[in-house]
Design a protein around this ligand. Structure first.
Ligand code: C2E
Ligand code: MG
Ligand code: MG
Ligand code: MG
Length: 296
């Protein structure tokens, strides 16, 4: 017998409105049962301090281990979860999972203290929809009280575009996070309808420059100017910056020269399940990550 057909995850241009709607319904149902079945998991990607190329922390990134579709990236299910009201369940899972594994992740990384620069943090993505939910502050408070996590070691990442949908509500929720001691990072900075004014009103502790700018940094003068401008602005506001999507040593070196404090990308490590993420740090080869300019 042939296997059951699995509908495409994302509607193609030729699918039509009906097929797209059907896809969304199928996905919604599958997300719901996937949460119940424990099909979701968190992977962890290292974030380094660029000056030393040592570990500063991790970002937790969600994956869906689907029984038929395999490992599904968040771009294929987060938007549906957001539009169907299921995102709260996924965020609840993410926060609980992060709380559960944080001690193990930190201890595992500390096994190789030569590779660590400063107190380690863990960043977790939340949706703008979560920030608007009345239950969000309690979710954060529960995480801290139930796990005994040092709030300073946790950061909430939220994308710029979703913040702008309800800026006042978001500002309130983020202020709550800050009061609880958590860090607040603006994700994908530069890609949304950036309103620079919110940087002075929101309690932001980190800016993450989107991969789109890093990817073109070496070849595109405009990207370089934008990154330079963001770095200057952040410096004025005394907000540290993380550059996302660093794949090449030359990008890391240039960003270091430009004064960017933190870097994240395949050059330093891919997102990986807990055990693998810990192994990456233990086996990190400092020479591989050292400044190319200095090495040559
Ligand atoms: P993000 O928060 O900006 O995460 C960075 C994305 O860039 C991740 O994609 C990561 O795997 C990818 N990345 C990191 N370094 C490199 C690199 O060097 N090259 C390339 N090409 N990509 C790199 P991922 O894991 O597919 O996540 C995509 C987005 O989905 C995230 O973007 C975030 O907005 C969202 N997301 C992920 N996990 C969660 C979650 O638990 N909750 C919510 N609400 N959103 C999540
Ligand atoms: Mg993020
Ligand atoms: Mg990002
Ligand atoms: Mg992104």
């Amino acid at each position: 017998a042939s296997p059951m057909p699995v509908p495409a995850l994302r509607p193609s241009a030729t699918d039509g409105v009906f097929a797209a709607a059907l896809n969304t319904l199928v996905l919604e149902r599958e997300i719901r049962s996937g949460v119940a079945d424990g099909q979701f998991e968190m992977h962890f990607q290292p974030i380094v301090r660029l000056a030393s190329r040592r570990l500063a922390g991790f970002e937790a990134l969600m994956r869906w281990r689907h029984p038929q579709r395999g490992l599904v990236p968040p771009s294929a299910f987060i938007p549906v979860a957001e539009s169907s009201g299921l995102i709260g369940d996924l965020t609840g899972f993410a926060l609980a999972e992060v709380g559960r594994v944080l001690p193990e992740l930190m201890l595992g990384a500390l096994h190789n203290p030569r590779h660590i620069d400063g107190p380690l943090f863990l960043s977790v993505n939340v949706s703008g929809h979560d920030l608007a939910a009345a239950s969000f502050p309690q979710m954060i408070a529960d995480l801290i009280s139930q796990t005994g996590i040092a709030p300073g070691s946790l950061k909430i990442e939220v994308t710029e575009s979703l913040l702008m949908k309800d800026p006042e509500r978001a500002a309130e929720a983020l202020a709550g996070c800050r009061r609880a001691g958590l860090g607040v990072a603006i994700d994908d900075f530069g890609t949304g309808y950036s309103s620079l004014s919110y940087l002075s009103t929101l309690p932001v502790t980190t800016l993450k420059i989107d991969r789109a700018f890093v990817r073109t940094l070496l070849v595109d003068q405009t990207s370089r100017r934008i990154v330079q401008t963001v770095l200057r602005l952040a410096d004025e506001l005394e907000i540290p910056v993380v550059a996302e999507g660093i794949e090449h040593a030359e990008e890391a070196d240039l960003l270091t020269e430009m004064g960017c404090a933190f870097g994240q990308g395949y050059l330093f490590g891919h997102p990986a399940p807990l055990e693998a993420a810990i192994m990456t740090i233990r086996e990190w080869n400092v020479v591989d990550r050292s400044l190319q300019a200095k090495a040559s």
